[in-house]
Design a protein around this ligand. Structure first.
Ligand SMILES: Cc1cc2nc3c(=O)[nH]c(=O)nc-3n(C[C@H](O)[C@H](O)[C@H](O)COP(=O)(O)O)c2cc1C
Length: 390
């Protein structure tokens, strides 16, 4: 049998495509509208180059760091994503992989596994929330996350409920019942290994969201939870400040593109912000975060931890983001491809690929530590960067 080990994230993606039913793979590709932002997230990293050294290189390369109060083995965080029911153990498999590799993990409020189950296998979990439901409901979710052992909160604010894609959106059933299983059958039968992975567990994919309901009550379906979110009154900046004040500890605001928004996030007392366009799944045309990162770091980098997510597929991408001022990056699709390709081991594989890539890039740049990286290590085309907002 061919080795299940893959040498790059691109190989993992090809395996995921082969293994998953078409609509499930499409749900991971995601993107929105014309796909401008999701494409720019990848192409922008390709436009950046390096200025390497060839001798006097360092035999030791240090990449451990801290983020949101957690000591981690490398500057990579599992970004929260809501579709991990593509693999039987879902977020629990990802949580184990991250713990085995000393990496912190964001858990989506749209996750298929509970915060209690995931904190039981990983003690560096950040619970991700949207502005959904009323204030009492949100406070209950924070209290539940605290009781489960979450080490921080990620509040994701960039979402504009766009729902069209030029390449067609995948069909996601409300739940997997007999009728929907029959509808999915032609696609699923063409993917026997994927079907077998669920058949072995005796369970069908779970499309409910256990973190969106009080413990012990029936979890809403994905669409039920999405409906609650769509109906919620949109938050003002004082609302966001109120939510931040309800959590004592590390608090990230995810989805920042503009300098003025970054300053507001600092003012409301967040510890961390993520420069992010939601992986290109939100307002299409939002520039890749790597383009906006340096201007945001210049404006607020001495007052808050700045991380980046969007388009990271290689260790060298991580190093580019760090050289341009990020403290760490978060990854989304990269580990989802690993999960789909080979479960927990596939996520570990992706983290190992990134670690190896960070190490060899540091070697080539003549660095003994990520703390030595600077903008001089990266070459960018003249019109590469974006400065959004005052
Ligand atoms: C399929 C999918 C589901 C996602 N679900 C969530 C989510 O529930 N909450 C959230 O904050 N971000 C979510 N994201 C965005 C990721 O956290 C992250 O911002 C993005 O994937 C980074 O881009 P990358 O996939 O190129 O690494 C999702 C992304 C994808 C691809």
């Amino acid at each position: 049998m061919a080795s299940k080990w893959f040498e790059t994230v691109a190989v993992a993606q090809r395996r995921a495509e082969k293994r998953l039913p078409k609509s499930v793979y499409g749900a991971l590709i995601a993107g929105s509208e014309k796909g401008l932002s999701s494409r720019d997230n990848l192409e922008s990293f390709d436009q950046l180059g390096f200025a390497p050294h060839i001798a006097g290189l360092s035999s030791e390369r240090q990449m451990a760091t801290t983020i949101m109060g957690q000591s981690v083995s490398m500057p990579v965080i599992i970004s929260p994503t809501g579709v991990q029911a593509v693999y039987p153990e879902g977020e629990v498999a990802v949580g184990r992989a991250a713990a085995n590799r000393g990496v912190a993990m964001g858990l989506s409020s749209f996750a298929s596994r509970s915060i209690e189950d995931v904190c039981a296998v990983n003690n560096q979990v950040f619970f991700q929330m949207y502005w959904s439901g009323d204030r009492d409901t949100m406070v209950q979710r924070l209290e539940r996350a605290k009781a489960a052992g979450a080490k921080g909160i990620i509040l994701t604010l960039d979402w504009s409920f766009s729902n069209g894609r030029d390449w067609g959106s995948p069909w996601i059933p409300e739940k997997i019942n007999f009728t929907n299983a029959v509808k999915l059958a032609p696609e699923a039968i063409a993917r026997p290994r994927w079907l077998w992975s669920f058949a072995k567990t005796g369970h069908l994919p779970d499309l409910t969201t256990p973190n969106m309901a009080p413990v012990g009550t029936k979890p809403p379906t994905f669409f039920g939870a999405y409906y609650e979110w769509m109906q919620s009154v949109l938050p003002s900046w004082p609302d966001v400040a109120w939510l931040r004040a309800q959590w004592d500890g590390s608090f990230m605001v995810k989805g920042v593109s503009r300098i003025d928004d970054a300053k507001r996030v600092v003012d409301l007392g967040a510890t961390t912000l993520s420069v992010s366009n939601h992986g290109g799944n939100n307002l299409d045309g939002t520039p890749a975060p790597i383009r906006s990162l340096p201007a945001i770091v210049d404006a607020v980098g001495d007052q808050i931890e700045v991380v980046l997510d969007g388009g990271v597929r290689r260790g060298s991408d991580v190093v580019k983001a760090l050289a341009l001022g990020a403290r760490a990056v978060m990854i989304g699709r990269a580990y989802l491809w690993g999960l789909a390709a080979n479960g927990q081991a596939g996520v570990e594989n992706v983290l190992d690929v990134l670690r190896g890539g960070i190490d060899s890039t540091l070697l080539g740049l003549g660095k003994s530590s990520i703390s030595e990286l600077s903008r001089d290590d990266v070459v960018a085309p003249a019109d590469f960067f974006r400065k959004l907002g005052p």
